[in-house]
Design a protein around this ligand. Sequence first.
Ligand code: HMG
Ligand code: MG
Length: 299
Amino acid sequence: MTSDKVTIVEVGPRDGLQAHKEPISTEARIGLIERLRKAGVTRMEVGSFVSPKAVPRMADTAEVMAAVGSASQADDMVLVANARGLDQAIAEGARTVAVFTAASDGFAEKNIGCTVDASLERFVPIVTRARENGITVRGYISTITDCPYSGPVEPEAVVRVANALTEMGCGEISLGETLGRATPRRIAAVIEAVAKDVPMSSIAAHFHDTYGMGVANVWEAVRLGVRTVDAAAGGLGGCPFAPGATGNVATEDVIYMLHGQGYETGIDMDALLDAAAYCKDAMGIAPVSRVYHAIRRCI
Ligand code: HMG
Ligand code: MG
C-alpha cells in the first residue's frame, strides 16, 4: 500500500531564482530559505555550484549554505555539474548534492556543454566521490517529454538515463518536464516506463507549469505512486537554457491540491504564502500562482 504522505522538495531558492534577470541579495536568499523552513519544508534546493558566468544568481551559494546551516541539514541540496562543483559542495559540508543531465542531447549541450552520454561519463567519478564522502546524490533528468532543441522525447530515452544514473549511485531520480508543456498522459507514459526499472519510491516529479499543466501532472504522478514532488513557492523560476519555459509548479498549488485529496505534506499553507510574499518584498519577484492570489487577494 502506498503512503498518504507526499514529500515536497522545495526548489524555489535554486530553480526559482536561478534565471532571475536582476541581482538578488544573499540576505534575501537566506530570508527565503528561513521562511520556507518555518513553513515546514524539510527538503530544499538551497543553490548550485556552477559557472557564475552561466548562472550568476547562484554565485553566493557558499555564503547561503553557511548562513542557513546546510552542513547540519541532511536534506539541504545543492546542484553540481562537474568535479569543481563537487569540491565546492564538499568544502561547504553539503550532505546532499544533485547532478543534472537530460534525456536529449540538444538540451544537455546548451545546459552543461556536452552530450547526455558524455555527461553520464563525467558523473560517474563525481557520484562515486560524493558517496565516498557520505553525501547522498540525486540525479536530474531534464526534457523528459520535450526538448526545446531536439523536439519530442521518447520514454525509452528517459529510461536509459534513469538506469545509468541509478547504476552509478544516484538514490533518487527527479524527472524534469522542463518546458511545462506535457499533459498527464505523456507524464504517465514516462513514469510507468521508468518505474519498471527504478523503484517508485526513488522517483521524484519535477514539473514546470508553462501551460498550466503542473498540478494535473503532479496528480497523475501521485496517482501512479510517486511520493516526492518538486515545487517552488510562488511558482517562481525557470531555466536559463529553456527559452519560453516558465516557473516550477507552485508549492502552494500543489499542497492545496494534495491536502484536498487527503494527502499530508507537513507544510503550513499560511506560512508558505508568507515565504512567497517575501520574494515580492525582498526581491521584487511577485508570486504567480492561482492559490496565492485566491487566498491572499480575493477573500
Ligand atoms: P565544464 O564543461 O566542466 O566547464 O562545465 P569548463 O571547464 O569548460 O568551464 C566553463 C566555464 O565555467 C569556465 O569559465 C570555468 O571556470 C567555469 P571561463 O573560463 O569561461 O571563465 N566553471 C565554473 N565556475 C565555478 N564553479 C564551477 C565551475 N565549473 C566551470 N563549478 C558547466 C561547464 C556545466 C559548469 C557550465 O556550463 C555551467 O555552469 N552551466 C550551468 C548549468 C546550470 O546550472 N543549469 C541550470 C540548472 S539545470 C535546471 O535548471 C534543470 C532542472 O531544474 C530540471 C528541469 O527543470 O528540467 C534541474
Ligand atoms: Mg527545473
